[in-house]
Design a protein around this ligand. Structure first.
Ligand SMILES: NC(=O)c1ccc[n+]([C@@H]2O[C@H](COP(=O)([O-])OP(=O)(O)OC[C@H]3O[C@@H](n4cnc5c(N)ncnc54)[C@H](O)[C@@H]3O)[C@@H](O)[C@H]2O)c1
Length: 357
């Protein structure tokens, strides 16, 4: 059994549920600055090992892995502290809210030799898992294009003070799910162009970052991807549009995984189109009120993480993969800022490494 400490008990609620329901993990201790929240979680899960002091997790020899669910702006510090304390790390997305600090973090990871596994939760949703399995079995044939979107009315998220502070953006916090899905299938995206808008709804919260974005990308093999996101506009109901979708179109088959609907659409050559419904898994994925927490994905990724630790394999996405995604996002941002100019990821990375060398 691997022993887990958790810091940040908002979304950390899902990882608590996952660890407590796993035969491979022992939840050792949890931490949040907010004492009331610690007490609330203690009551909810009947789990009473909590602290408001992160150092207690760092210094605890009975913790192997620290799972980090603090605000994006604190990930750098909390990840580095955990690594320096000799812990393996599970960090929620985004690993960092920009490329800043990436080099230092990579150096600390390399020096300590500890794992940093980034919890890109969408990869672990049932329809996305099924889609990946079919892709790996070659059922799509040659992939020509990947279309990913994450469109939701995220205004509820802006109740969190840190989401209105420097370092928060819809780009790094929200659209990253769609970007990561694209990179999962097309890891070598080389160039991107896009347009962005900041609506009056966004401005009402004092936010200046783009809340609607549309991107077109191309990888080294000329394959095309699109990524879309809108975050403060009213959305249609789930029957009309799902919050997230990833469509892969290939020479032998087209598939689409959806979220939060447990739906997977397929059309393989020589077969009828099919809709695979996984509604029976609803309570596994969504364990609390509503669907804003999706603990089943976390369950899946900690089981995967444990499997990797057992096998001595690096869990993915690791730091390198996460940093390449951040570089792509920096390229996306630059394209928005330059009103649609095509930006190459290679240029962003070269410039970054030249700057921090
Ligand atoms: N799908 C996903 O994977 C997913 C979904 C939601 C949130 N997240 C990520 O989880 C992270 C947290 O988001 P959230 O929605 O839970 O935010 P939140 O504000 O609800 O929770 C963050 C918690 O961290 C605590 N905290 C802050 N600094 C701390 C410190 N130094 N020591 C201990 N506790 C500290 C706060 O008190 C707060 O309770 C973000 O990085 C977000 O991007 C991921």
């Amino acid at each position: 059994m691997y022993r887990m400490g958790v810091v940040g008990l908002g979304e950390g609620r899902s990882i608590m549920s996952a660890a407590l329901n796993s035969s491979r993990w022992k939840l050792a201790k949890v931490c949040d600055l907010n004492r009331e929240l610690c007490e609330q979680r203690a009551q909810e899960f009947d789990f009473h090992e909590w602290t408001t002091n992160y150092n207690e997790l760092l210094e605890d020899p009975d913790i192997d892995v620290i799972a980090i669910y603090t605000p994006d702006q604190l990930h750098f510090t909390h990840v580095c502290q955990a690594l320096e304390a000799g812990k393996d790390v599970l960090c929620t997305k985004p690993l960092l809210p920009s490329l800043e600090g990436a080099k230092e973090l990579m150096e600390v990871q390399e020096r300590t030799g500890k794992h940093v596994f980034v919890g890109q939760s969408s990869r672990f949703f049932e329809p996305m898992k099924r889609q990946r399995k079919d892709f790996e079995a070659g059922r799509n044939g040659e992939v020509e294009t990947v279309e990913a979107y994450y469109i939701t009315d995220g205004r509820w998220f802006l109740d969190k003070a840190w989401s209105r502070q420097k370092g928060f953006s819809w780009m790094y916090n929200f659209i990253i799910h769609a970007v990561d899905l694209v990179r999962w299938y097309l890891p070598d995206i080389q160039e991107v162009t896009g347009f962005g808008r900041s609506s009056a709804n966004n401005a009402a919260y004092g936010l200046e970052t783009w809340d609607t974005m549309r991107f077109l990308m191309r990888d080294s093999g000329g394959r095309i991807a699109t990524v879309s996101g809108s975050y403060t506009l009213p959305i249609l109901d789930l029957a009309a549009e799902t919050a997230m979708g990833c469509t892969i179109r290939g020479t032998k088959g087209t598939t689409r995984g959806e979220y939060p609907n447990l739906r997977y659409h397929t059309r393989f050559e020589g077969e009828e189109p099919a809709l695979h419904k996984m509604d029976d898994m609803h309570d596994y994925y969504f364990r609390f009120e509503g669907i804003s927490h999706h603990a089943g994905e976390y369950q899946n990724y900690i089981e995967y993480f444990a499997e990797c630790l057992d096998q001595g394999v690096t869990p993915m996405p690791n730091v390198e993969e996460a940093v390449t995604t951040l570089a792509l996002m920096e390229a996306m941002e630059r394209s928005l800022r330059s009103n649609g100019q095509v930006v190459k990821v290679k240029d962003v990375l070269e410039e970054y490494w030249a700057k921090v060398r």
